[in-house]
Design a protein around this ligand. Sequence first.
Ligand SMILES: [Zn+2]
Ligand SMILES: [Zn+2]
Length: 320
Amino acid sequence: MRIGWCFAFLSACIAAASGARAQDFKVTLLGTGTPFPVPDRFGAATLVEAGQEKLLFDVGRGATIRLNQISVPIGALNAVFLTHFHSDHTSGIPDLWLTGWIQRYYGNRKNPFRIIGPTGTVALMQNLERAYADDIRIRYADEKNPMEGVAIAPSDYANDGVVYDRNGVKVTAFEVNHGDLIKPAYGYRVDYDGRSVVISGDTKYSENLEQHAQGATLVIHEVAMANQEYYDKTPVVQYIMAHHITPEEAGALFARLQPKLAAYTHLVFLGSPAYPAPRVADVERKTREKYAGPLALGTDLMAFDVRRDEVIVIPDASKK
Ligand SMILES: [Zn+2]
Ligand SMILES: [Zn+2]
């Protein structure tokens, strides 16, 4: 008891001495899955809480459920960022946008829904506004929800660069390589108070990502792995693998970048009843052939306390 208290006190002192408040830069994996509809890995979504800013990267299936599990009201999000337009990264948008408008503790948005992404983001939101016009009309008439809370504020970008800069939090978008036909596809780097996190989005090995990830404190990367025999015999599996990075390639990348922590999300496992899909342990083993540094195999609600000298892994952010 006493030792626990001392450690807690000590870490608070260290945080105060370094000028950083405890957990003032926290990243939570809300969804670590793929299009595969399973209950333990929801669609792609990563929450970054830095200083006063709460930023969400991608809105896959179930993002609102995960936000509620960690008691972050949807209306508290300052901005949403999209990496690309595959539906496993965007299908949660109407839920986030409209449930967030409901004036209950889990929603409560009173300002326009700010969403930033590559070219096509404005059109996506304008079309959703048309698709949900009746819901908006009905809830406004019936519940008197404030119209500002459902207004959309989307913006597009077409090149690498800073796309958000507020309260000391800078977000830079950079193009990645998800395959020749899957464009646009971007990753993001978030810088705050001398620390940074890179979120890969969906990509094969990307030289541009490696450049933008130089000196990053935390690197969160997608990964894909197939049963080798299944891969050799199955063109569609070869096709899918051509859009993603392998654990060996990711391991080599992490070894060059040397982040304080490398973490996987969006884990693609390809197999069939005849050819068992690889498991998390297989991804770890293959990564370890190239990389010996700190590594987290992401699961839904795993969070990271991004400090200057280390990144602390919180296995389940919903548990207080
Ligand atoms: Zn994806
Ligand atoms: Zn994708």
